[in-house]
Design a protein around this ligand. Structure first.
Ligand SMILES: NC(=O)c1ccc[n+]([C@@H]2O[C@H](COP(=O)([O-])OP(=O)(O)OC[C@H]3O[C@@H](n4cnc5c(N)ncnc54)[C@H](OP(=O)(O)O)[C@@H]3O)[C@@H](O)[C@H]2O)c1
Length: 332
């Protein structure tokens, strides 16, 4: 039994957060019925916000281990569905927010939060996908449930070079959709085309006129940036199109009007990967399992060690990270 381990640890000291890699013992983990040796985690946008040290914005209890997702092998289990040796994936459920999370060599969580690693998805590729790939698949499930088919027209993915953006482009293009990527910078052009985007457009070129309705261009949008970009796109959705609203990299507020909704039947659908029910999680991971062999994950993957998460967290908030960052938590 491992009783000492390393983790990123956030401690409150005189009203400020001190976050560093520390040597911890099992008692530092929050309660749960499954103990897991963690192999991989990832750096998501939310982890960037957490490591910035804003008390209460992401991490809400202290001392806390940040990291909103991980994969690993069960060491001990008092849960009926898991035994030692099972390979598992955890995303969300407040990990790294209200429950000790994935930037750690050990994790202890409720078995009800765990997904058994599907056959085709290795522990490493489960975290290359991680919360981002899972969120992309949840978004695609919503498009499918809303009858968005490839023949309906192009699907726009905003924040194209980011984690949710990159995995969405890979998945949608493999599913036969015509995918257009929206990005802020021409430096991402070749990358986005390599993922399967048929075209790339730039945020600066979006029609920023405050029209109630614009020419219907997009059958659907997977939106990871929110803010004015989202407000701009709603009048450009085709009849019966929909937008999966995932993120807020560009802001939380947007202006809109009722006409796209009542004249075109546009649907705005919120995606919450954090507390998504287990049944939907299983459907999503099974779909990812079905397609993963067709996805060239090398295109989107950068691997780092645990001590790199501080640097990567700063970069992700600056919008400088392309694709997915997978963290080998057993290297420092
Ligand atoms: N709803 C959910 O369950 C869920 C799950 C995962 C993530 N999210 C949210 O989804 C968003 C993306 O997450 P992520 O992990 O994919 O983050 P990410 O890797 O940082 O990707 C965000 C992308 O958005 C673009 N971007 C960044 N800052 C921007 C700005 N100020 N204005 C416009 N575009 C900007 C960048 O793409 P370009 O350089 O290509 O423009 C960036 O790569 C975040 O807001 C995150 O919190 C939500």
């Amino acid at each position: 039994m491992i009783d000492k381990f390393k983790a990123v640890h956030a401690i409150e000291q005189e009203g400020k957060l001190n976050i560093s890699i520390s040597d911890l013992s099992i008692d530092d983990l929050f309660p749960g019925d499954v103990l897991i040796q963690v192999f991989y985690s990832t750096v998501n946008y939310k982890d960037g916000l957490a490591l910035k040290g804003n008390k209460g914005r992401i991490m809400q209890k202290f001392p806390m281990i940040p990291g909103i997702d991980f994969s690993g092998i069960v060491i001990e289990s008092n849960h009926k569905d898991f035994v030692a040796g099972d390979e598992v994936i955890a995303t969300g459920w407040g990990l790294g927010e209200t429950h000790t999370g994935g930037f750690s060599q050990l994790a202890r969580v409720k078995g009800d939060w765990l997904i058994k690693r599907p056959d085709n998805i290795s522990l490493k590729s489960s975290m290359i996908l991680g919360t981002a790939g899972f969120t992309s698949m949840l978004s695609i499930l919503e498009l499918e449930d809303n009858y968005i088919k490839s023949k309906n027209g192009p699907v726009l993915v905003t924040g194209g070079s980011g984690g949710v953006g990159s995995t969405s482009i890979l998945l949608l293009s493999n599913l036969g959709y015509e995918v257009v990527a929206l990005t802020r910078s021409a430096k991402n052009l070749e990358y986005l085309l390599s993922l399967g985007a048929s075209n790339v457009i730039y945020s600066d070129d979006l029609d920023s006129h405050n029209k109630l309705l614009k020419k219907g261009e997009w059958a659907a949008v997977i939106d990871t940036v929110g803010g004015d970009v989202l407000g701009n796109l709603i009048p450009s959705i085709k009849n019966n199109g929909c937008i999966a609203v995932c993120g807020n990299a560009a802001g939380v507020n947007f202006n809109t009007n009722v006409l796209p909704f009542i004249l075109r039947g546009v649907r705005l659908i919120g995606i919450d990967s954090n507390f998504c029910p287990l049944e939907r999680r299983n459907i999503s991971w099974n779909r990812l399992n079905k397609y993963i062999k067709k996805l060239n994950l090398d295109l989107i993957t950068t691997e780092v060690v645990l001590s790199d998460v501080f640097r990567v967290a700063q970069e992700i908030l600056l919008g400088n990270i392309r694709g997915r960052i997978v963290v080998d938590v057993n290297n420092f």
